[in-house]
Design a protein around this ligand. Structure first.
Ligand code: AMP
Ligand code: MG
Length: 323
């Protein structure tokens, strides 16, 4: 017997998430499956938040150089994300958090940080100084980290695994701010169609067809403030301790791993188009594709996305397939 998909909207990880499940599991209804996914996200949110005072990450950031116990998943994510920080040469750096805070992103009390202060903050950013042992982590005094660049993608991987255990093979998890996990395909067997936001308007400029994979987008339109005609976005260049300005408006990464999509979209945004393209060439082992939108509105994509990307009707943009 076929039944209609069940959708649920929840608020977690500081964003609105839309979960769609299209079939009952082996021993579980769609509604119960959504209850489980919701509980799982809420637990992850508590474990990974840098701002929630109950969170182990908050405790780590306030431990003044002491060892702090993290959750099992907190340790797992930290280890994987630190490996990605290294792979990206520090374009992804979880310890950019003091700069994220100084520019006012978590609180919304935005300010333009002076070059002197940025230089001082940059000296406190270094993912390689994070220490790990057993179920614990330690940061040098004065440093802090957050999982904002990777938590939603990681959550996508955890939820996809849960759905697999339940025997659910058709679902779409939109984890907000463009972290998507596509489980299988639509019930009719066609791929999921996911909109790519136009950085310069409310609408979509195109669609990616996806099945059984993750997608992550980092864009300068997602969280930003303006002062004196300059736009400052929430993605920080760790080397400068200042919002990244590399001529890109957004980067979308597609790969089987939600964590990789999330972490790399942030890192490639920091690198800018040329370095990011080089990174893609240099790291075939990571197995990802990417779509870049420049601040001039041009679109560049890796060959793996050439067939799955379509421009929205009426869009006349230049689309270049990278080689
Ligand atoms: P995303 O939206 O996935 O690109 O992640 C951006 C969030 O991650 C920001 O809101 C910060 O909390 C944090 N962040 C900003 N810049 C970086 C960076 N270069 N490396 C790691 N985390 C960052
Ligand atoms: Mg990210």
């Amino acid at each position: 017997m076929r039944s209609d998909p069940v959708r649920r909207t929840i608020l977690a990880m500081d964003t609105v998430m839309n979960l769609t499940v299209c079939q009952n599991g082996k021993d579980i209804t769609m509604d119960k499956a959504l209850d489980e996914l919701t509980a799982c996200i809420n637990t992850l949110d508590k474990e990974l938040s840098a701002t929630g005072q109950e969170s182990p990450i908050y405790a780590l950031n306030h431990a003044q150089g002491g060892w702090t116990a993290l959750s099992e998943r907190g340790c797992d994510l930290l280890d994987r994300a630190l490996a990605l920080c290294a792979a990206t040469g520090g374009a992804l750096d979880l310890t950019a958090y003091p700069a994220v805070e100084a520019w006012g992103f978590p609180s919304g009390e935005y300010r333009v940080v002076s070059p002197d202060e940025c230089a001082q903050l940059a000296g406190r950013i270094n993912y390689a100084a994070v220490e790990r042992k057993d179920g614990q982590a330690r940061l040098p005094e004065g440093m802090a980290l957050d999982m904002g660049a990777v938590a939603k993608g990681y959550a996508g991987d955890i939820l996809a695994a849960r759905l697999g255990e339940m025997g659910i093979t058709s679902a779409l998890l939109d984890l907000g701010q463009s972290s998507i996990q596509a489980i299988g395909a639509k019930p009719d067997g066609s791929p999921w169609r996911v909109g790519i936001q136009d950085p310069d308007s409310e609408g979509y400029l195109g669609v990616l067809s996806l099945s059984d994979c993750g997608m992550g987008t980092s864009g300068n339109y997602q969280r930003f403030f303006e002062e004196d005609g300059v736009t400052y976005c929430h993605i920080i260049d760790p080397a400068a301790a200042a919002p990244a300005q590399t001529g890109l408006s957004s980067v979308t990464v597609v790969s089987p791993s939600g964590l990789l999509c999330d972490g790399l979209s942030t890192a490639l945004f920091v690198m800018g188009l040329d370095k990011a393209t080089q990174f893609w060439h240099d790291h075939p082992e990571l197995g990802f594709d990417a779509l870049f939108i420049t601040d001039k509105g041009k679109i560049y994509l890796t060959p793996g996305l050439a067939d799955s990307f379509t421009l929205a009707e009426g869009e006349q943009r230049e689309v270049t397939v990278l080689s």
